[in-house]
Design a protein. Structure first.
Length: 544
């Protein structure tokens, strides 16, 4: 591991390994578990970390969590979720994790090496299982570390009713194959890559994934339930776990993480509950946080666990929030998120018909009937506007050159003048648009970009919302565009990019009001932007 990452702390102990322990699940079947522990000549008194995963217990979980944390003086219990990695029962996305977590803690109480002090750690779905345990936390649970973590499955798969298609396929791939070992997941990944275009352009979309992934019943259920209010999603969100939590919790995310918004929601709920909470947000994606960002993430996680499980707070940061400010900002320690020193007033940027973007002190009123048309685009589902970078699960996530995308006729851009002084944006970004359509149904994808002195446009943050309109009458739609910490250098320009989709990040809007997963007939959509549309940027500070 130290050959891969520089800056990891020296190990304190050699590591022992007890593989294949069977732990009774909530309904009685066995959960296969590996136990890593510090080897010592004395009896030792070490806290325990619980890591529950549906992705197997091999790479990267064994070295990154089992070995590295055991080297630092923790028992690590690395367990395969029900129906995965050899564990008994059937995997059912999100429904069994609370019961199985409690059953595992009950088993821990019977182990002679368990000293009664427990922490949890892990990324992505490994964060979800932590929130499941925190719904009714056992008294032994003293700390949590949720890294690029999930608490709301619906929001992972849908945005305002629009299917996050690429997320759905990649989660289906990971859940189905990763726990089977390296070779099966590599073969499935290559198969999905070869067949990706046919799958994402299929009519109907539902079921098309089977050519690459095979039958995945829970994924078919996800595609069949786009409505957040459907009974299928009852109990899926674990937001309530954070609302009353008193378990000290460290949160880690990246600006281009597909679950970044969920992390910010977790932070807000924990702080509102008065819970001891830390937040680290780096220049990372969902995967790079645990790769390039691992030295920072590991140090943050280890310091938090030592402080709350071992009584050693020497490694904690002086502030509870640390973010990486993009552009020229670098790392920044803050008093909270958003920082209390930031201005609560948003700066409004308004599009002009000739493609300019003008700053206004106050937001313009939302356009209504009779509002002048500024520009229009034609979204063609047969040639959908592609997705480039942004908050994705895949390796294509992140900040990318948007030049080719902005050269398309179905993408509108509005660009401000060169900045006389640097501008910092700290907080959540949103757009209020006045739009009309010729079919009555459309998506609006809104993106903030930084244009440098050479004209290179790089995405900062974005979001998508669906809109229904009376034919050719303007309607108002608010597009949440996630959060950012970004410094636009002097001489750069702020750009607002608008399109009718980002495919295959989001499934195509058929333009008919029909389900995206079931639609067979698609219509091209004319989307017109009207006067009164506003891009709102939180004014973190204005720096000369």
């Amino acid at each position: 591991m130290r050959a891969i990452w520089r800056g990891l702390p020296q190990k304190r102990y050699d590591v022992g390994w007890e593989p294949g322990v069977e732990v009774p699940a909530g309904e009685g079947s066995a959960l296969v578990t590996d136990h890593y522990f510090p080897r010592t000549d004395t009896s030792g008194d070490f806290p325990t970390l619980l890591v529950r995963s549906p992705y197997g217990r091999g790479l990267p979980w064994a070295p990154q969590y089992g070995i590295l944390f055991a080297e630092q003086g923790f028992h690590v219990v690395l367990q395969s979720c029900r129906g995965t990695g050899g564990s008994g029962g059937a995997f059912d996305l999100w429904r069994n994790e609370a019961d199985d977590g409690r059953a595992t803690v009950a088993w821990l109480r019977e182990q002679p090496w368990f000293n009664g002090t427990l922490g949890t750690i892990g990324p992505s779905y490994l964060g979800y299982v932590q929130w499941a345990l925190a719904l009714d936390p056992p008294p032994e649970l003293k700390a949590m570390v949720v890294q690029v973590g999930l608490h709301d499955p619906y929001a992972l798969f849908y945005a305002d009713g629009a299917l996050r298609l690429e997320n759905a396929l990649l989660v289906g791939l990971g859940m189905t194959y990763q726990h089977r070992g390296v070779l099966p997941v590599v073969k499935a990944t290559l198969r999905l890559q070869r067949r990706m275009r046919d799958i994402v352009m299929a009519r109907p979309l539902r079921g098309a994934y089977a050519s690459a992934l095979g039958e995945v019943p829970w994924l078919d259920d996800v595609l069949a339930h786009p409505d957040a209010g459907a009974p299928y999603w009852d109990g899926a969100s674990l937001a309530r776990a954070a609302e009353g939590s008193s378990v000290p919790t460290s949160l880690v995310s990246g600006w281009h993480d597909a679950l970044a918004d969920q992390t910010f929601e977790q932070y807000a709920r924990l702080r509102a509950a008065g819970c001891d909470t830390a937040l680290l947000v780096g220049p990372w994606t969902h995967t790079s946080a645990l790769q390039q960002g691992w030295p920072e993430v590991f140090a943050e996680s280890l310091a938090w666990l030592r402080a709350h499980l071992c009584g050693d707070s020497s490694g904690l940061r002086p502030t509870r929030v640390r973010v990486h400010v993009g552009g020229e900002g670098g790392w920044r320690d803050l008093d909270g998120w958003p920082s209390r020193s930031s201005s609560p007033v948003a700066t409004s940027w308004v599009p002009v018909a000739d493609g300019r973007l003008e700053q206004r002190a106050l937001a313009a009123p939302a356009g209504g009937a009779g509002a002048a048309a500024l520009a229009s685009l034609r979204y063609d589902p047969a040639d959908p506007t592609p997705s480039i970078g942004g908050q994705l699960l895949s390796r294509t996530a992140g900040a990318r050159d948007n030049g080719a995308l902005e050269g398309r006729e179905d993408v509108l851009t509005f660009t401000g003048p060169p900045l006389a002084e640097a501008v910092e944006v700290l907080g959540s970004v949103s757009a209020r648009l006045s739009v009309s359509t010729d079919t009555g149904y459309a998506d609006v994808f809104s993106r903030l970009c930084d244009v440098d002195a050479r004209g290179r446009s790089v995405n900062v943050c974005d979001g998508l919302a669906s809109v229904e309109t009376v034919e050719d009458e303007p309607s108002q739609v608010t597009v949440p565009m996630s959060s950012t910490a970004y410094r636009f250098p002097a001489g750069h320009r702020i750009r607002w990019q608008i399109s009718g989709g980002a495919h295959p990040r989001y499934a195509r809007n058929p333009g008919t009001g029909k389900s995206r997963a079931e639609a067979v007939d698609f219509s091209a959509i004319r989307v017109t932007l009207h006067d009164g549309s506003v891009l709102e940027l939180p004014d973190g500070s204005r720096v000369g």
